[in-house]
Design a protein around this ligand. Structure first.
Ligand SMILES: [Zn+2]
Length: 471
């Protein structure tokens, strides 16, 4: 063949190649089916799973199911045999569970009498610090020019991050904050905590608030600077001279075990990866009420399972290697995805991350096709790809595109965005059953959920095939 003929032949085979890839991609799309989506979501959100709380046997049971799904789909386990890990899809890690937080706060005034205060009436310990401590010291009013070492520091208004950092470094004992607006809001939230977000609550009894338990990953800072929000009356008493405050804090601690579920499809490039993930944990059982978490986040978990199945069905060996990830411990502060990103040896080879958290409900019943599509702002191609696929395949979706400069909030996307990895995140926004026992499977908008999964498969396919490296 002469040069010209070779060129034509090469172009022709390239064209055929692209055509075959598209045909194969469509074959994968057909593997995403409504009955399997419904069956998997119903199973994950069934009472049998007991709300999938991280650190409990119920999350472990869920993870075992998910690993078995990865296996039957045909994903390669993330860990090699040599790792010695029994189930090679599982990434185990441990955390401390802290619960039964207790505090006692008393005040000795200059007349020598001691006053005792009651938590949630006179004061609230902010953020539930994981610490057993007995603290005692004089109260001083905050002054930017003084050193507050060994004191309880009284602050009126809302302290800035800088004020808190300064007090910490000076060795102040604790911060006593009075802010009339936030105090009122906190106390009201506390009083009505079982009617959070005006949801229809199942049952009559107040439930334990979620922050009554905390999971902390080992190796992270267990000590938290103590901030106490106080009532107006208490603020008044503190301001009288030579007041001494005594504070006792305690909580119960035990070690618990968590696990991420990870599977791989190897691509042509062994040094370029894309990751697609969802958290599978939810809020467990509180006061006898099961938090089934059908939308949050059985829906997202099923998206990852379906997209894994679609990739295998397509038969395409992607350009980049794909990691399918189901995270544990998101509800306790992104524990699973953070553990992964902190321990992954090839973070600089990860070129993109796609996240799902709550993709099954309508924020506005009059706009049932709406979905929020967050993405890293300097990757506008993600929005273009999604628009193109919705048009081409006639998907019933009306995305609200939210380009985000630094998408470090909301869900597991934050763990990746913090490491400079571009992200895309599907989310159908809030609703009255959010974080309620009434987040049930019968309320899912299946037509929207399946089209979100289809579109995400197509966009993620583009992410996996993309030639360009991240900047
Ligand atoms: Zn969630």
């Amino acid at each position: 063949m002469d040069n010209k003929k070779i060129k034509i032949w090469l172009l022709g085979s390239l064209f055929l190649c692209v055509q075959t890839t598209f045909a194969q991609r469509d074959k994968g799309l057909e593997a995403i089916t409504l009955p399997s989506i419904q069956a998997q979501t119903a199973y994950l959100a069934s009472d049998l799973m007991q709300g999938r709380e991280a650190g409990t046997v119920n999350a472990a049971r869920t993870a075992e199911y998910l690993a078995s799904q990865f296996g039957s789909i045909g994903l390669k386990p993330y860990f090699p045999k040599e790792s010695g890990i029994l189930n090679q899809y599982m990434q185990p890690f441990s955390a401390m569970r802290c619960s039964n937080f207790k505090s006692q706060l008393s005040l000795k005034n200059d007349l020598g009498s001691t006053l005792f205060f009651e938590e949630n009436i006179d004061y609230q310990v902010s953020g539930k610090p994981v610490v057993d401590a007995k603290l005692s010291g004089k109260v001083v009013t905050y002054d930017s020019l003084s050193n507050h070492r060994g004191s309880f520091v009284y602050y009126k208004g809302i302290p800035s991050g800088q004020v808190i950092a300064d007090l910490k470094s000076q060795g102040a004992l604790a911060l006593l904050v009075y802010d009339s607006v936030s105090w009122k809001q906190n106390i009201e939230k506390n009083a009505f905590r079982y009617h959070y977000n005006e949801a229809i609550y199942e049952g009559e009894q107040p439930r334990k608030i979620f922050s009554d338990t905390k999971l902390v990953v080992e190796g992270e800072n267990l000590q938290t600077f103590v901030q106490i929000n106080i009532s107006e009356q208490m603020a008044h008493l503190l301001k009288s001279s030579s007041t001494t405050v005594s504070l006792t804090l305690s909580c119960q601690q035990e070690q618990v075990f968590l696990r991420n579920v990870l599977g791989i499809i190897e691509g042509e490039k062994s040094d370029e990866y894309v990751v697609i993930g969802s958290h599978f944990d939810h809020l467990g059982v509180q006061n006898g009420y099961i938090y089934n978490g059908a939308d949050d986040n059985a829906s997202g978990t099923v998206a990852v399972l379906q997209i894994a199945k679609a990739f295998v069905a397509s038969g395409v060996k992607p350009r980049r290697s794909i990691i399918f990830a189901l995270w544990d411990g998101e509800e306790y502060g992104l524990l699973g995805s953070r553990y992964f990103t902190r321990n992954c040896a090839f973070m600089n080879q990860i070129q993109g991350y796609m996240n799902f958290d709550m993709i099954g409900r309508n924020h506005d019943e009059n706009n049932p096709e709406s979905v929020v599509f967050f993405y890293t702002a300097n990757h506008p191609q993600y929005e273009e790809w999604l628009k193109g696929h919705i048009r081409h395949y006639g998907l019933s979706l009306k995305p609200v595109y939210k380009a985000w400069d630094n998408p470090v909030g909301g869900s597991d996307n934050a763990s990746f965005a913090k490491q400079g990895i571009p992200i895309a995140w599907y989310h159908t926004d809030g609703h009255p059953d959010y974080h309620q026992p009434s987040d049930h499977v019968d309320k899912i908008n299946w037509n929207k959920m399946i089209d979100i999964i289809r579109s995400a498969y197509l966009v993620f396919f583009d992410m996996a095939q993309e030639e360009e490296d991240k900047e």
